[in-house]
Write a protein that binds this ligand. Structure first.
Ligand SMILES: C[S@@+](CC[C@H](N)C(=O)[O-])C[C@H]1O[C@@H](n2cnc3c(N)ncnc32)[C@H](O)[C@@H]1O
Length: 364
């Protein structure tokens, strides 16, 4: 696409990161006892670093060329709300075996530790730090966790780009969690292969992604093959353009589809589980004993998705879509979600696996 958009790009100068050759930064002093030797430098953020830039009226991270969703208060509030909604939908906060993996053990074992890659607002990892106070929790993102959020003392925020590699985390963690980060990850398969070394023997990886498609009431994929065919379903149409924009930026839009295969085929993992959740973006009518609970979830989903339509603006406009078209899609999709005539679903695909206690024999 090559449209003429309202290029309101207002990028600040980037004195840090790529230009200076710094490939990994942290907002807190790193406890070296928690780290393996790292091929990348780790340093404290200083005042010369410009971590944010403004584009199309939103604040974005200034660190990654790939991830172009906002990093401002509106987006972080949305992610926080979405986290609470997921707990309500899934009926649990953590993968079933996580408490066992993080159990405090007597004796000369290493302190248990948990890493959240692409933590966003930090809602999940903050819960971990509070629910497992004996655990060292580390939150990684392109932006530091916001200082206004109450930070448990066993939680550390690091600014880092997953695309630069995870070698500096090798053998450091008992649990590694990543949720909805594929839009900023160039090579998700490589990331999984690296996670096999980040997670300690017996440890847990917990990954969840959605596939940038929408599904009908029978959970069949709705396909959109022509960009100039602008008509309902509008949420799906908007998502179709978002898929293309994420892909154009280098995000791994096929990560969710391949997640189970990539983890299962990795010889370091075992006990691989797969779960999918059909998230009701445009819900069906609610009847029966569960209706009150589902209606509450539907309201939260509506608020989340309506805000997300605005979050996609920098990506879509940055990919060359004309502003009137982006606005039209947003308005029609929001109306569709409000009117609830045609149910539409997003599929969240979740994979967990345990790191084998000993390396696979052919690799040892
Ligand atoms: C959609 S949000 C999800 C946040 C959180 N995982 C959650 O479920 O609430 C994606 C987050 O991943 C981060 N992210 C994306 N690509 C990244 C990368 N290459 N390195 C580090 N963080 C990344 C983004 O900055 C953003 O905060």
């Amino acid at each position: 696409m090559d449209y003429d958009s309202d290029t309101e790009s207002d990028a600040y100068s980037m004195e840090a990161a790529s230009e200076s050759g710094i490939s990994s930064v942290t907002s807190y002093n790193v406890d070296q006892s928690m780290r393996s030797a790292s091929p990348v430098s780790v340093m404290s953020i200083d005042s010369t670093m410009q971590l944010f830039k403004r584009e199309y009226g939103r604040e974005l991270n200034n660190y990654s060329d790939v991830y172009n969703l906002p990093a401002d208060e509106e987006e972080l509030d949305r992610l926080d709300l979405q986290h609470q909604m997921f707990i309500e939908i899934f009926g649990e906060k953590y993968a079933p075996c996580m408490a066992d993996v993080l159990e405090d053990e007597d004796g000369p074992t290493e302190k248990k530790s948990c890493l959240d890659l692409g933590c966003g607002a930090g809602s999940w990892i903050t819960d971990v730090a509070r629910d497992f106070p004996h655990v060292n929790a580390v939150a990684v993102d392109l932006i530091p966790m916001q200082a206004t959020r109450d930070m448990p003392s066993n939680l550390r925020s690091e600014v880092d780009d997953i695309n630069l590699g995870l070698e500096h985390y090798f053998a450091d963690f008992n649990v590694v969690h990543a949720r909805l980060i594929a839009a900023g990850v160039r090579d998700y398969h490589r990331m999984i292969d690296q996670l096999a070394h980040v997670v300690r023997p017996g440890g847990l990886v917990d990954l969840s992604e959605f596939d940038f498609y929408i599904y009908d009431i029978n959970h069949q994929r709705v396909l959109f093959d022509r960009d100039n065919d602008i008509r309902a379903p509008w949420w799906g149409r908007w998502m179709h353009f978002l898929h293309d924009a994420v892909k154009a930026k280098g995000g791994d839009v096929d990560a969710a589809t391949n997640l189970y295969g990539w983890v299962s085929q990795n010889p370091f993992f075992e006990d691989v589980t797969y779960t999918e959740h059909w998230l009701p973006i445009v819900p069906e009518p609610r009847v029966g004993p569960n209706a009150a609970r589902m209606k509450k979830i539907d309201e939260t989903m509506k608020s989340n998705v309506t805000t997300f339509l605005g979050s996609g603006r920098p990506l879509l406009l940055g990919n060359g879509m004309p502003e009137p078209l982006v606005t039209l899609l947003e308005e029609r999709a929001a109306r569709e979600i409000d009117e609830r005539k045609v149910p539409q679903f997003t599929r969240l695909q979740c994979v967990t696996a345990r790191r084998k206690l000993s390396p696979p024999s052919e690799l040892s």
